[in-house]
Design a binder for this molecule. Structure first.
Ligand code: NAP
Length: 325
């Protein structure tokens, strides 16, 4: 019997051909809702699922009795009910490594753009306000030589820290579930508990995954401990931060500015003040969004599902217990 795959994120024609060579593929180039009747119908028969950006619920899994594997086109897997997948023996695969450097580029873009007020001052020219030499009112803050505090020192955290330490002569502090002696040696990075990191850092950059432990990890208490000159950057997930506490901290001058790629609700609701605040650089979740990296991520997902549905170990497996069970 030919196995069936549901794919719901844009794939290259060559990647679809690779899948169609082995499987029957139901392809949804655009999927606005998990309730789409054609999608739900296809899911009922699917052995594999390839996509990203959709919250998969236990109810959806109830409706997908044949499902053996999911290949997410993302490294984060907070959209998936891991315990339910484990209980049902469904493999979950992700796309680490291929997006690390691009996402770190975006993190550093936010550090630079926020410190040097690049977006705000580009708008200043567009409005025709550049009528005389700029002065104090347009000056920004240095990045080089400052202290960069990383909350999360995994693949992306380390890649941002590397840019800071080696490219900009920054001192790197980090707060992470486990110490990273190799990075201490490579970058002169120093482990700190969270409070010490918040108090000492000029830039605080979040790269932890969203889990039950990290949800709202950064809130009023944490913003109050940062320097009033601190710049806060979130390249991880919006829900790691209490967004209304962030807005208050920015409005009340507890911190200086923020660079944000991710938000509690995406797309940002129309009434969010964040994109309109002069001391905020807000981007529409573009961390890994380059042609090269998105192609590489989709290819990793295709390779993962091809292996998983043939009974072979996928390249990037999230839930070992489903494989062992
Ligand atoms: P990773 O290599 O797994 O790194 C995550 C790090 O966070 C690990 O070092 C881990 O510690 C640490 N950590 C986990 N829970 C923690 C906690 N409660 N307290 C302190 N540290 C904790 O993952 P990655 O590839 O760097 O990706 C990180 C996240 O970035 C993803 O999960 C995703 O949500 C987000 N992301 C966003 C974009 C975007 O477009 N903006 C793109 C890609 C990824 P250990 O080393 O001890 O395990």
């Amino acid at each position: 019997m030919t196995k069936r795959i549901v794919a719901f994120r844009r794939l290259k024609e060559s990647q679809l051909d690779q899948l169609r060579h082995e499987f029957h593929v139901d392809y949804f180039e655009r999927l606005d809702s998990a309730d789409d009747p054609a999608f739900r119908h296809a899911l009922r028969q699917a052995h594999g699922l390839v996509g990203a950006g959709l919250r998969i619920t236990p109810e959806m899994l109830d409706d997908a009795p044949r499902l053996e594997a999911i290949a997410s086109i993302s490294v984060g897997y907070d959209n998936y009910p891991i315990d339910e997948l484990n209980r049902r023996g469904i493999l979950l695969c992700n796309t680490p490594d291929v997006l690390t450097e691009t996402t770190a580029d975006t993190g550093f873009l936010l550090i630079m753009a926020t410190a040097r007020r690049a977006i705000e001052l580009a708008e200043f020219i567009k409005r025709g306000d550049w009528q005389e030499s700029i002065g104090d009112a347009q000056f920004g803050s240095d990045v080089h030589g400052k202290t960069l505090g990383m909350i999360g020192m995994g693949r992306i955290g380390a890649a941002i820290a590397r840019r800071g330490a080696l490219g900009f002569g920054m001192k790197v502090l980090y707060s992470n579930a486990s110490p990273k002696p190799a990075l201490d040696a490579e970058l002169g990075a120093e482990h700190r508990d969270m409070d010490a990191l918040l108090q000492e850092s000029d830039f605080v950059c979040v790269t932890v995954p969203l889990t039950a432990e990290t949800e709202r990890l950064i809130g009023q208490r944490e913003f109050a401990r940062m320097k009033s000159s601190a710049i806060f950057v979130n390249i991880a997930r919006g829900k790691v931060v209490d967004e209304s506490a962030l807005i208050d901290a920015l409005n009340q001058g507890h911190i200086h500015a923020a660079g944000l790629d991710v938000f509690e609700q995406e797309p940002l609701p129309d009434d969010s003040p964040l994109p309109h605040m002069a001391n905020v650089v807000a981007l529409p979740h573009i961390g890994s969004a380059t042609h090269e990296t998105r192609t590489a991520m989709a290819q990793r997902a295709v390779d993962n599902i091809l292996l998983a549905l043939k009974g072979e170990r996928p390249i990037s497996l999230v839930n070992e217990s489903a494989w062992n069970g």
